[in-house]
Design a protein around this ligand. Structure first.
Ligand code: NAP
Length: 262
């Protein structure tokens, strides 16, 4: 097959959690749709996902909206049933949603309630959604799981870039992202012989409305000299979702402008 054709996702069904999110989620879903996949974007707000799916449909893509709360096993099971009933298969699962509400406060402020939210979404929820969909992928003997981790699953935060900005970095985030990366390697080794590949993407910091002092410090440290932009993750997602990466599994692909080189 011609090399560019190996990146095409026509006939594949892809599910993205948090797939209508304004930062990485919508970029990931749009990339998969543009590469030809039938995409399902799912998060707690059905309305937001419907609006985004309609916007993709208006651009000629095959996009659908569903609801899921990754902190609820019942909700994940329901999403799984709906996807299988509607499409009869699953080829790509992108675990993009993160239990944001739990990741708040510094170490001494991480209350049991916040940690429970993290445990339900980023631990139990991640396990459950992978358990459900990997069984179908193994039966099909084809599938690609992409877990969206972070540079902070590999390296620690540099407190000096946050100093005086009011930005607080909770250690629970580092904890779950590091776990996600090695959990992904487990999936890769146990399911490779079933035709399922599992990889992570670890993005660097996305440029949004952070305080100027933080942005300046971040950008002066990162080798490519700028924070992550909206489209920067798209090539990595399509690569890992498609046959272009047919011999790639267990990888943690950094999309971080070189942050982790230092
Ligand atoms: N932004 C960054 O700088 C950055 C850097 C490195 C890694 N990452 C990683 O990239 C991923 C996306 O983060 P993002 O910041 O770019 O956000 P995003 O993709 O723009 O939005 C995330 C979406 O997740 C959904 N979500 C939150 N809790 C959920 C739950 N319990 N169940 C289902 N969906 C839920 C939210 O939608 P609803 O409110 O509708 O549920 C939200 O729109 C995360 O895994 C994050 O850790 C982000």
């Amino acid at each position: 097959m011609a090399i560019l054709d190996r990146f095409r996702l026509s006939g594949r069904v892809a599910v993205v959690t948090g797939g209508a999110g304004p930062l990485l989620g919508s970029s990931i879903t749009a990339a998969l749709a543009e590469a030809g996949a039938t995409v399902v974007t799912a998060s707690r707000s059905l309305e937001r996902n419907q609006q985004f799916a309609e916007a993709l449909q208006a651009r000629g893509h095959d996009a659908h909206a569903m609801q899921v709360d990754i902190a609820s096993v019942r909700s994940i099971d329901q999403l799984h049933r709906q996807v299988l009933q509607r499409f009869g298969r699953i080829d790509v699962l992108v675990n993009n949603a993160v239990a944001r509400s739990g990741h708040a406060g510094g170490f001494l402020d991480q209350t049991p309630d916040r940690l429970a939210a993290v445990a339900a979404g980023d631990f139990q929820g991640l396990f459950r959604i992978c358990q459900r969909f990997i069984a179908d992928m193994a039966q099909q003997r084809r599938g690609s799981i992409i877990n969206i981790a972070s540079i902070y699953g590999v390296v620690a935060n540099d407190p000096t870039i946050y100093s005086g900005t009011g930005m607080v970095q909770p250690p629970s985030y580092n904890f779950v992202k590091a776990g996600m990366i090695n959990f992904t390697r487990y999936l890769a080794t146990y399911y490779g012989r079933h035709g399922v590949r599992a990889n992570c993407i670890s993005p660097g910091g996305y440029r949004e409305d952070q305080p100027r002092a933080f942005v300046e410090r971040y950008e002066s440290r990162v080798p490519l000299g700028r924070m992550l932009g909206h489209d920067d993750i798209q090539g990595a997602v399509v690569f890992l979702a498609s046959d272009a990466s047919s011999y790639v599994t267990g990888l943690n692909l950094f999309v971080d402008g070189g942050w982790t080189c230092l």
